[in-house]
Design a binder for this molecule. Sequence first.
Ligand SMILES: [Zn+2]
Length: 628
Amino acid sequence: MIFLTFETDWEKLGLKVGLEIHQQLDTHKLFCNCPSLLRDDNPDFVVKRKLKAVVGETGNVDIAAIHEELKDKTFFYEGYDDTTCLVELDEEPPHPINPEALEVAIQVSKLLKMKIFDRIYIMRKTVIDGSNPTGFQRTAFFSRDGILKTSFGDVKITSLMVEEEASRKMKEENNNIYWRVDRLGIPLLEISTEPQMRTPDQVREVAEKIGLLIRMTGKVKRGKGTIRQDVNISIVGGNRVEIKGFQELQDITNLVKLEAERQYNLIRLHEKIKLRNPKIDRTFFDLKKILAKTESKLVKTALESNKEIIGIKMPSFAGLLKDKIQGERYFAKEFVDYLKVLTGISGFIHSDELPGYGITEKEISQIKVLLNCSIYDAFAFVTGEKKEVEKALNVLLDRCEQFIKEAVPSEVRFPNDDLTTKFLRPMPGAERMYPETDLLPVDLSKNFIDSIKIPETPEEKTQRFLNIGLSQDLVDQIIRSRDLNLFEKMVSMFKKVSPTNIANILLSSADEIKKRYNIDSSSLKDKHYIDAFNLLEEGKVAKEALIEILAYLAREPNSTALEAAKSLNLTKISEKELEEIIDKIIKENETLTAEKQFQILMGFVMRKVRGRIDGEIVAETLKKKLKV
Ligand SMILES: [Zn+2]
């Protein structure tokens, strides 16, 4: 559910958004010959690894802290004997870069009018979450300085990178993380724009246009997770925040609105806090004495198991932690999420939610006296082992310090299902890149670059589809459809079938099959559609029969379309056979009055011949016989 109440003048708010679009390519992998195939069957092997200490100076304490934590983790890499190899496991050096991926990169660069480098250097970018057994991601800066035409003017394209995809996280239990390497190494294009979008709708337009443009190569993967957007957002008085890995294009405007709302409210709260003149005090206060006789179940349990109960002052935060800053999310959530990522501890108690949890007014005032809280100061406490509690409190104080220093901490955030976001990690400084030593730079000759044809632009394709008879509405749908490639293939294969007919069936078959027969059509592959349309091309069935044949094939994917047509009694009848049927039905219904005769008889005839001969021929023949 989206709780979007934020209405604003975007220009006044100074919204600025830049995008990074990541698109998986439908080729084999980037540095080996394995297919880019995701599998859900049981893996053939699992390899256990610990992360190697590969991070040098990053100049960033928080990343180092995460890294420190990851040292305790064990990674399990799952793979398949026939579709993954030793390259994914870092047991064999990478093969030379996949030339097909380079061709697609050239095509997209040309579509975006970018300058392609004549020498491509493959670099390693440190990754610390275990998603790559090497501890880095291979990436190559491929082209720069492009232009995307939009309804609000030209948007500058900063760069196009060719990268390898990370492994898929399958599960996480305690300190064990399971990664599946079937996804690792799938080629990715990463296209970055300048932060030139000024409204949420402009963001959607650019994301959509770039996605469509890449698809014009016909070499991209489709479906969930195959295209992802990193959205960089700031407003006046805020800071750049990157929302990582967003997948739902239709929701991107609301994602931007909600992040703008968060930044707007953080600025408002920051101004309030600043007026209160906050001073960070890193003293820890033992609260065991005050809470020794408490009725609070939570505290009692901690005391019984000899845990610490330690409090800190949150200077100038009183009364603000339960302010809603993003949809229904409270300001306090900014602390909870941060604490969870950096320490694994998921909770703390703060004074804005008290009295509560069995803690009384009296206990609250005693704590406030002990901590020397003014009316503006909040306090927080955490229970647990001393070392962990102190670490958590320091992290909470760090977060307080951030919000006192700047309204919106510059950081990487992760999109929640409800389109709010949560802290993921600090913004990396200069990204830690170093050269790939196992691979030579790739020289791209001018001849090679020139030899790669520019694909049709979406505008050219639209015009061509209009020319072969599709309506504008149908063009708009098929050009964005997952079946665009199949449509093009079938139009060139079938000369007697109208392209409109092909587009209509491709776009509607799944819904129609579900509606009419309650059958899930996910087992239908390209070959089933081609097979069914082949019968139509050869005049063996009528177009009305196609949905029923496809429904049959969805249930029996190993059958042929001809077998389906025969077993459903859908093979075509001749016009002579039709005439005989019509004559018989007219004779049986002689008593019908003239005015409704055609309509009723048409219904009777269609019931007998539906799907076996074109409906228009039926109507024509019947009219002729009735002389209407
Ligand atoms: Zn491989």
